[in-house]
Design a protein around this ligand. Structure first.
Ligand SMILES: [Zn+2]
Length: 418
């Protein structure tokens, strides 16, 4: 009698068979339920129900984005003001006359503006003005063009206007203009079924909402972006670094807004995925953001103070790779330490946190006076009942630029998203 073949019992053997099986037929694993089944005519799923379930969140997200846009602010581009209109003729003269050459030139400038935004940030007011002026002139010059490439460039320019934010005094009017740019991009990418760009547009809109309203208002935008990325972009291009970067950001924002509603097991799973994606992108800037967010997540969602403290050390190391360069989001790096101290519940830690806010955080804020960082100081002061020793100077601008369009590393250069 032949001995029992051990290999049949190994983990490679089909665990269960979802539907009928026939000898010698090609076996496949259903990507939804992971059952092994006989794949006839290249069928990907074991049954229709699985095909439906597999992209359920994706379809639901696209549908909800469409409904959401139904009742929104007007997205028309408003006139950019007199000073700009007067320099518009000069700008138009500088463009080549042939359509293709003109599109080529504008496209090149938009890529350069994005690269520059990513490397220089928005701290310098003159730099901000430059980005806004160039993007506004491009958008304004293209506003009536119908050619598909012109429409795309028009939206691209409006995204730069959205990302560069608004200057003080911050009024409701200006915030609605910003949302107008954001929603025009969402509508465009939804219409063109460009889920990667749509996801980024949703993440940035969520960021604007998070600042001017609150996290629960912004939360659906992060969830939709997450579902588009996980059920479409990431599945189809798991090795694309730009996809992985957006996916990383979407998980992190979602954990921040909705993490407390997940089970402990789910939280752990999401955090493991976050780490996997950060390793995959392996971009020095993303590492800084990763350790910053990871510190907050393990501390607040898992209550793991020792993992949080280790992550804070990784954060310091990642940040120290750029000793001479101020980053737009330096205050958020300090924020993770401050929140870690507040969360300990010890009086001495609370005092240390308050000293950090009054000292370093306010100093960073005076170098980069964004609406968001000022509000953060006021929120802490209200939540932990302490006074600021000096009156806070007013904010200079609001910055919605948290997610670069491309992944950028010194080795490979920029990888455009499309
Ligand atoms: Zn199945």
């Amino acid at each position: 009698m032949q001995p029992l073949d051990e290999s049949l019992l190994s983990s490679n053997a089909p665990a269960k068979v979802c539907q009928d099986s026939a000898p010698n037929a090609p076996m496949s694993e259903c990507p939804n339920c992971h059952a092994t089944f006989v794949s006839r005519r290249g069928k990907k799923f074991c049954r229709d129900g699985c095909r439906y379930q597999y992209t359920q969140n994706l379809r639901s997200a696209s549908c909800r984005v469409g409904t959401f846009l139904g009742g929104l602010y007007q997205e028309q581009l408003r006139s950019p003001g007199e000073s700009l209109i007067s320099s518009l003729p000069e700008f138009l003269d500088s463009l080549p006359t042939g359509r293709t050459d003109r599109q080529e030139k504008i496209s090149q400038e938009l890529i350069e503006l994005n690269m520059s935004l990513m490397r220089r940030g928005l701290v310098d007011p003159a730099v901000r003005r430059y980005y806004k002026t160039r993007a506004a002139m491009i958008a304004f010059s293209l506003r009536y063009e119908e050619h598909p490439i012109d429409r795309e460039l028009f939206i691209h320019a409006r995204e730069i206007l959205r990302d560069t934010g608004i200057e003080a005094p911050i009024t409701a009017h200006k915030v609605y203009d910003l949302l107008g740019h954001a929603d025009a991009a969402i509508r465009f990418y939804l219409m063109h079924r460009d889920n990667l760009s749509l996801a980024r547009a949703l993440l940035v809109r969520g960021n604007i909402e998070r600042t001017f309203w609150d996290e629960s208002t912004a939360s659906p935008r992060f969830t939709w972006a997450h579902d588009l990325l996980s059920e479409d972009c990431y599945r189809h291009a798991p090795n694309d670094r730009t996809v992985a970067m957006y996916f990383h950001r979407s998980i992190s924002y979602r954990l921040r807004c909705r993490g407390r509603y997940l089970s402990v097991g789910e939280r752990g799973g999401e955090l493991a995925q976050l780490l996997l994606l950060a390793r995959m992108v392996d971009d020095p800037m993303l590492w800084v953001e990763h350790h910053r967010d990871y510190t907050g997540h393990v501390n607040q969602l898992l209550g793991d103070r020792s993992a949080a403290s280790e992550s804070l050390r990784d954060l310091t190391d990642a940040r120290n790779k750029y000793p001479n360069r101020p980053l737009d989001y330096d205050p958020t790096i300090l924020r993770s330490r401050i929140e870690f101290l507040f969360d300990s519940g010890r009086e001495s830690d609370k005092e240390e946190a308050i000293a950090l806010i009054r000292g370093k955080y306010v100093a960073l804020y005076s170098q980069n006076r964004t609406f968001y960082y000022r509000r953060q100081i006021l929120d802490w002061s209200a939540a932990h009942r302490f006074q600021m020793s000096v009156p806070l100077p007013k904010a200079e601008y609001f910055n919605s630029y948290f997610i670069p369009r491309y992944v950028d590393t010194p080795v490979t250069g920029a990888v455009p998203a499309k």
